[in-house]
Write a protein that binds this ligand. Structure first.
Ligand SMILES: Nc1ncnc2c1ncn2[C@@H]1O[C@H](COP(=O)(O)OP(=O)(O)O)[C@@H](O)[C@H]1O
Ligand SMILES: [Mg+2]
Length: 350
């Protein structure tokens, strides 16, 4: 069943369009990430879903009910949502218990029920023994778990998370990421998770919507996004792919404005015309054939090494087995596997 439907959303701030025709469906119990670079409109989209921002046009449905559309605007508190933000938004002068109980206080529930539900929510985030602590006695990770408990205490239909792990250090981030996954398995709550971190999105999501400049470029499972990116932007953003514009001709790819050409892998050798070449760092081999390029840097990664080669004003990044190599040395690189996206046909001028 569809839990959330966004249909043709538009939103501008002043004259600046920020969300430009965005559509997305999230199924009951699904965790869908909105993934994209800073400024692409993720938070604005989430705020429209929450009712904190009004779309200029388009329709939003939650659980079959239209909450935003022509002549309809349901306020945030009646959308049945929980929200967690990047900043913990925990009240400093209230105990953990009082913070978590707050959303229930608006509902006039019996005291016993409130304390039972608060205790349960604290148990979900493994803070049951911290109920009477004050926020300044907690770590960043614990504070964010308080926010989570507070968002979940009223059993929302949908949980919205806006970069909830971004303020935590790497170890805590991994820990809380695992807890969100566990909570989801346990509660089955539908979740929309906003992040600019592709590793986070790949690890947590059932599906990922990759956003670029106010539109979704691709919605797919993490594996399909990684293996079958439908645009160069998705390939670069999700897989860290190398992206070169140029022209395919006689089995070679000639990079635009540079004296560099790569032999194309066999399955692409018949391609011709202006195109974008997309190559994952692990699909390039350093050996005895291919293009000859000067190494600019070698970064040891432990199990592998990353090699960087300047290609005009961009870089070719290669990941492969660690070999002895020095900056400045000429190496032979061969593209084993790649994707070619034909350049869009230019509109006739005049
Ligand atoms: N209330 C606002 N007024 C004016 N501009 C805004 C407002 N909110 C967001 N923007 C602009 O909209 C664009 C998208 O912002 P946002 O949705 O926060 O992106 P993201 O969350 O993907 O980083 C940015 O350029 C931002 O500066
Ligand atoms: Mg944001």
């Amino acid at each position: 069943m569809v839990a959330i439907a966004l249909e043709g959303l538009f939103k501008s701030f002043g004259a600046t369009p920020v969300v430009r025709g965005l559509s997305l469906e999230v199924r009951e119990g699904e965790l869908v990430s909105l993934l994209g670079p800073s400024g692409c409109g993720k938070t604005t989209t989430l705020r429209m879903l929450a009712g904190l921002e009004h779309p200029d046009s388009g329709v939003i449905r939650i659980g079959g009910e239209t909450v935003a559309g022509p002549d309809v605007l349901v306020p945030p508190e009646r959308r049945g949502l929980g929200m967690v933000f990047q900043s913990y938004a925990v009240w400093p002068h209230r105990s953990v218990e009082a913070n978590v109980a707050y959303p229930l206080s608006l509902r006039r529930l019996p005291k016993a029920e409130v304390s039972e539900r608060v205790r349960e929510a604290l148990r979900w985030v493994r803070l049951e023994s911290f109920a009477s602590r004050m926020p300044h006695e907690l770590s960043g990770g614990q504070l964010q778990r308080v926010s989570l408990a507070r968002a979940l205490v009223s059993s929302p239909r949908v949980l919205l998370l806006d970069e909830p792990l971004s303020n935590l250090d790497a170890a805590l981030r991994e820990e809380l990421r695992a807890e969100i996954a566990a909570l989801r398995a346990r509660l089955g709550t539908t979740m929309v998770f906003v992040t600019h971190d592709q590793a986070e999105a790949l690890a947590l999501s059932d599906r990922i919507a990759v956003m670029n400049r106010g539109v979704i470029e691709q919605v797919d499972t993490p594996e399909r996004l990684y293996r079958e990116p439908s645009t160069p932007f998705v390939a670069a953003f999700v897989g860290g792919a190398n992206v070169f514009t140029g022209e395919a001709r006689s089995g070679m790819f000639h990079c635009d404005g540079r004296d560099i050409r790569f032999p194309l892998p066999e399955d692409l050798s018949a391609s011709t015309g202006p195109a974008t070449l997309v190559v994952r760092p692990e699909d390039v081999e350093i050996g005895t054939e291919g293009a000859s390029l000067p190494l600019s840097a070698r970064l040891f990664l432990g199990h592998a090494a990353e090699y960087r080669f300047p290609v005009g004003d961009t870089l070719l990044r290669v990941i492969g087995p660690p070999i002895e190599a020095r900056a400045g040395q000429l190496l032979q690189v061969r593209i084993r596997k790649a994707k070619l996206f034909p350049a869009p046909v230019a509109a006739p001028s005049g």
